[in-house]
Design a binder for this molecule. Sequence first.
Ligand SMILES: C[S@@+](CC[C@H](N)C(=O)[O-])C[C@H]1O[C@@H](n2cnc3c(N)ncnc32)[C@H](O)[C@@H]1O
Length: 282
Amino acid sequence: MRSDERTGTVHAGDAIPWLRRLRPQTVDLIFADPPYNAGREAWDTFESGAAYLEWTARWVREAARVLKPTGSLYVCGFSEVLADVKGVAQPHFPGGSCRWLIWYYRNKANLGRDWGRAHESVLHLRMPGFRLNVDEARVPYNAHTLRYPSHPQAKSSRYGDQRYVWQPNPLGAKPRDVLEIPTLTNGMREKTVHPTQKPLELVRRLVAAASRPGDLVLDPFAGSGTTLVACELTGRRWLACELDPGYRAAIAERVQTTAGPGAASGVGRAETVRRAQRRKLR
Ligand SMILES: C[S@@+](CC[C@H](N)C(=O)[O-])C[C@H]1O[C@@H](n2cnc3c(N)ncnc32)[C@H](O)[C@@H]1O
């Protein structure tokens, strides 16, 4: 194995040359939360929109190259920019598919005079052999479903003539393409020094849906290491890259806390809720 491919390690440096050195078709899932070109940090600032898209096309090409024929790539961003990102990324997934996921939050302070932001998007680009791991990403049913857990289909339904009685799945509801998860704010226990850290529950759910235990997950823009923590908690192997030494130090501390003795129980808060709900449905 090459030193760059040693799982559980964070490469220090630029993601593109690092990706270029990895062997083709070796990775199951890539979670990419790249700079958004929002201009808030030096690493988040590009000369122009065109320069950003040109850079995006370069790293996506390498990401697609290292994915297995059953693999997939998540790319986070603001919808306004991600629409253009999709245009340059999709051609690297010939014969594959793409889903557009919405991360919806209601707790962001909105001080400006424009539409208040309540969502970001996540592109899910999939190779032709990709299959979603629906059962690992199931979520708690809503209160209505729990109150009326089984009911026959209406005559007008396409299942109406099959005497099909719908029953809730004991593992929970099918994951939807809108995920409502609060954004991180200062003072939250999970928050690190990273200014654009993603919530662990968001990343955990996405990783669980698009990979299986033991799979290899890669994060080229690791930031504070949220993807790596999600992998530790769900039993995935991981490989990562991060340019900034300060953020790499935050990753080391976070991963150590998660993976240290007694910490990696593999049972997050969401899993605890799901298990309680399964008991209720039995
Ligand atoms: C949006 S943040 C990722 C945040 C991360 N998902 C988290 O939850 O903490 C993007 C990260 O990419 C890093 N970065 C920017 N350009 C890079 C490059 N060319 N190669 C590797 N890392 C880069 C930045 O330092 C930053 O930490």
